[in-house]
Design a protein around this ligand. Structure first.
Ligand code: ZN
Length: 474
């Protein structure tokens, strides 16, 4: 393809405050319809908004995490439009003077995606469409949102996916938002255009809405990328418009022609003063930043020498990441700990549910250590994990009770090995004739006779030694 894709993303996240941004109604919009509302968020005449300081604090925290310049003084503006879920007929937002500007988000590969701006605004209500009528629920009206607008720096659909993943992680790490896309606390719109690789000017951009998952964003963008390339090939005009992604039909369709900013008649909100952003507030929020997802990713790949794929799992799942680090503190073999955690351990977690997991990282580390020291074989280690994952019983207790200690000494194994050879002369012949699988069978026989306790490595060595002797006796 001779075209270069240019993508910019606009993400709205609900900030994790107890109350709404301009009134004291609870910000939880799961409540029965129209119960968390008051004259302010319903936009009755004569009411006055009061700015929620916690929303400002969380907004500052996000701006800091995204390395934005925070403006000393900010103000709100009215964005005018009519919609049935917006009884005031305007949304209080920020336009000319946003909270933060000119930041970036760095991806694991090292690429920095520019952040144009982050600004505070209130959410609108929700329409619930029935067969031939619609209902209005205003619970969500006035919940605090932060809009995060990226530069058109995103070069392909996978990069858009990675950007969203790391943006979400960042917001979750600093506890600014739940970022639950299903609940609507993270929403993403995309702008996408294509241009000839050598062209300096950007192509006509199309806004894409209605993507309900990160996968939806990637799929929708992929569809648009192909559609626009096809238009360019055939000379069909690309219109600047808003299109909706239909996940079921896997296509986009036109929703409306794109509005320009002047259509909204922005003007400063007369009921709210300008706000000075105190330096102390910024300093206070810096303390909440902690370790960022990318720092953790690098620490896990460079420090623990994990693969990018494994590190990513631990970065995305803080609970698992913490368990891993604590286990490594007890037995310093990160490769083995990671392998067993992401394998057998995770299987149990997914099956039984995280709440039921009782085993401590210390006990988990002990099992892996016994395995690495050849005191438990693979099967036995898996069994011990299965037995104590919900109880955290003593590891030694389980091993003794179940008789799982690995038999590695030749004295303990000799009887089993001799029996396996005596009972399977044909298999021995096959092995002597060069059939490798025959050895696997014999090892399997010894494992069976020892009830899974035999050390497979030692067993194999003993079998090979004995067969060699048999051969030289002949
Ligand atoms: Zn209210």
């Amino acid at each position: 393809m001779n075209y270069q894709t240019v993508i910019g993303l606009e993400v709205h996240v609900q900030l994790k405050t107890k109350s709404k941004i301009f009134c004291s109604c609870p910000a939880d919009f799961d409540a029965p319809a129209n119960t968390n509302i008051c004259p302010v968020c319903c936009g009755y005449p004569g009411v006055l908004p009061v700015f929620n300081k916690q929303a400002l604090k969380l907004g500052i925290r996000v701006a800091l995490a995204l390395s934005c310049k925070i403006n000393d003084s900010i103000y709100f503006e009215r964005k005018n439009y009519f919609y049935p879920d917006l009884p005031k007929n305007y949304q209080i937002s920020q336009y000319k003077m946003p909270l933060g500007e000119k930041g970036y988000l760095e991806l694991p590969g090292g690429k920095k995606i520019g952040i144009t701006r982050v600004h505070l605004e209130e959410d609108a209500g929700k329409l619930i469409h029935k067969d031939n009528y619609s209902l209005v629920d205003l619970n969500r009206t006035g919940t605090p949102l932060l809009e995060i607008v990226s530069e058109p720096d995103i070069a392909d659909t996978q990069e858009a996916y990675d950007y969203l993943t790391y943006l979400k992680l960042t917001l979750q790490y600093i506890e600014a938002s739940d970022c639950d896309m299903e609940k609507g606390s993270l929403r993403c719109d995309a702008n996408i255009s294509l241009k000839l690789k050598e062209a300096a000017e950007l192509g006509t951009k199309v806004e894409l809405k209605n993507m309900n998952s990160f996968k939806g964003v990637r799929d929708g963008l992929e569809f648009e990328e192909k559609r626009q390339a096809n238009c360019l090939e055939t000379g069909e005009k690309i219109f600047q418009e808003t299109r909706l992604w239909d996940a079921e039909k896997s296509k986009t369709y036109v929703m409306r022609s794109k509005e320009e900013a002047h259509d909204y008649r922005y003007f400063p909100e007369p009921d709210l003063p300008d706000f000075k952003v105190a330096r102390e507030l910024i300093e206070e929020e810096k303390k909440h930043l902690g370790e960022q997802p990318l720092d953790k990713y690098r620490r896990f790949t460079a420090g623990y020498k994990l693969s990018g794929k494994d590190a990513d799992v631990f970065v995305q799942d803080s609970w698992l990441g913490k368990f891993f680090e604590e286990a490594c503190g007890h037995f310093n073999r990160p490769d083995k700990i990671a392998g067993w955690l992401l394998g057998p351990f995770l299987e149990h977690v997914n099956e039984r549910g995280r709440e039921s997991i009782k085993i401590t990282p210390q006990n988990f580390a002990k099992i892996i250590q016994l395995f690495c020291e050849d005191k438990l074989n693979n099967l036995a280690a898996k069994k011990v994990i299965a037995l104590c994952i919900n109880t955290n019983d003593s590891i030694e207790g389980i091993i003794n009770k179940e008789g799982l200690a690995q038999v590695s000494d030749s004295g303990g194994l000799r009887g089993f090995v001799d029996a396996a050879l005596a009972e399977n002369p044909k298999v021995v012949e096959e092995y002597l004739a060069g059939k490798e699988q025959a050895m696997m069978f014999l090892v399997g026989q010894v494992m069976k006779k020892s009830k899974g306790k035999a050390n497979p490595k030692v067993t194999r060595e003993m079998l090979e030694g004995k067969i060699k002797n048999l051969k030289s006796d002949k």
